[in-house]
Every structure is written in structure tokens, then in C-alpha cells.
Design a protein around this ligand. Sequence first.
Ligand code: PMV
Length: 347
Amino acid sequence: MVDSHQPLKKFSWRCPSNIAIVKYWGKKGNQIPCNASLSMSLTHSFSEVTLELFDKKSKEDVELNYFFEGKKNPLFEDRLRKYLKEQKADFPFVKDQAVTIHSHNSFPHSAGIASSASAFGALALSLSEAALTYFTKEKDFLQNASRLARLGSGSACRSVYPRFALWGKIKNVPASSDQFAIPVTTIHNNFKNLQDAILIIDNKPKKVSSTVGHSLMKNHPFAKKRFAQANDRASRLLQILANGDLQEFISITESEALTLHAMMLTSDNYYILMKPGTLLAIEKIMSFRRETQIPVCFTLDAGPNVHVLYPESDKKAVNEFLNSNFKKGIKEILFDKLGNGPQKLKC
Ligand code: PMV
């Protein structure tokens, strides 16, 4: 007798989160970015997704069960159902098979790390692998997974690659695209083991979502200039990653972080996601750099937490500085680093 609880097929992927150095902020159409962005994939902050396919029991378009950390999650299940319906041409198995998805993160839910990038990355990889049975060509597997991840959550498209990824069409990179991210392959030794210590200043859910933030760029007085600036910086950052210029890296990285928040501060419906602790941390990092000449810098996501970036060669000194200055007064420090990209897991 066939065990009805035994899946017909099972696929499982781990995918890291990423932090943008050049920020994506503003979108149009179906998750098309208004400017190019360039990010680093992390190592320890990841999501793992297991996708199971069963015989369908109902006539529903999409028969889906979604569990986050072992518990049914109806809110995300609805978002996923909509995603699978919209992308049905890419996922033909959904017509005949019921889908069960289990997902969990390596980092606490409250850590303020963007879980949608790693979760949609891992999901898109698992779903793309399931779809390979239908589309025989494995060529461009990652590129296709990147496109599908983008349709779930924009920045997720950059998470499917190791190290650094570029998303968005820029003039001097013919392979670049608005539809999917591409890997950055020429990386100087200075950046190969880049560290990222995440200072958790505040772990409450943010008051204004990224979706609202992106939409506020539609009528933003500085939008045109900002989009051109980001494209220019993405292309300069590609050169910097190749030539190892740490000072130029610092100046683009920090200005991008502040520009992202400046866009929030200057939109018609202005808002502030930084906290006093964010500014305090930034000041301390800048003074430490001035005093020690260590090439350490900060970046921010759309939230109050501070990512501290530094080469591996300065890890001892910077970690000592972080531990002695930030152990008290902030929630937590998560020590992460540049990562080797997603991993297919044994089922
Ligand atoms: O992927 P979304 O829609 O959550 O937008 C992410 C935007 C930022 O994290 C602020 C910047 C980026 O490029 O990741």
C-alpha cells in the first residue's frame, strides 16, 4: 500500500540573506527596479526550505500548505498561493500536485534581518528544481531561480549567488538585467572574506514596510537624480571590487546607507527608521576608523540596525572594538561574513 504521507518528490535548499551595498529603492511594473543594486551574500544568516509534492486531493488551482518553523502560517501561505498562481507557467507541477512547504531561518525572527530575501531565495531554488522535471534544460538554473525569486521579493534575486551580485540593467555591463541578478565574478582579495557584524539596535517590526517605502519613490522630488546616482555607483563599485580600493568602497557604502535613509526623510510622507542608537553606532564606527586607520565602515538596511563591514585581516581588532563598545546598550551583535551562496540540501 502506498503511504499517502510520503511525498512523491522532495527538494530542499538553504539560501543566505544579503545586504545591499548599493541600494534598491523604488520599483515599477512587476518588481522591476528603478535602479541597479549590488549586494553581498551572507554566510550565517540563511533560510532553509523543504518543498514536498503530493498527489492532489482537491480541485483547487493551488493546493498549498505552508509551515514556518513547524507551525502553519496562513498569512505567508496566502502570499505564496498568490505567487504560485501568478507564476503557474513556471511551475507546471502545481496543476497536478499538492505542495507542502516547510521553512525556517537560522536567525531569530526578531533580529531585524530581511528574511524575505533568504526565504524567497530558498523557495525559488526549490521550486525551480521541481520544475526542472518539466523543463529539461538545467542551463541558467541560477538565473531562472533569480528571476523567480525577484517576483517573490525584489532583493531575494541577489541571494541565489555566492559573494556579490548585481541586479538591474546598467550600460557598461551587457549581461546585467532588470529581470534577474547576475554574479560578480572579479573580486579582489581585500573583499574576499569581508566581515559583516550586525548590531541589533532595535528588533521591533518596522513602522513603514519596504513596499510602502518603494512606492514613495514614485513621486519623490529627488527620484531621477537618485536612480542615476545608484546606477553610476553600481558600476563604480564593480570596478572597486575588482581593484580592491578600500577607501572608495567605504565612501560608496556609507553614502549609500545614508542616501537610502535620506530618501525616507525627504519623501512626501516622510518617516524615520533610524534610532538614536543607530547614529551613536555610526559615530563610534567613524571615530574608530579615524583613530586606527582600520578600513571599517557601516551600512544600513531599511531599519535601525547597523551592519559593520571590515576585511578579515582586521577581524581581531574590530571584534574587540565592537564587543567592548556595543555589548551593553544594544540587543545583540550577529557576527556574519561574505558567503558562498546557496546550498542544495539532502532530503
Ligand atoms: O526586496 P524588498 O522589496 O524588501 O526591498 C529591499 C530594499 C532594501 O533592503 C532597503 C535595499 C536592498 O537593495 O536590499
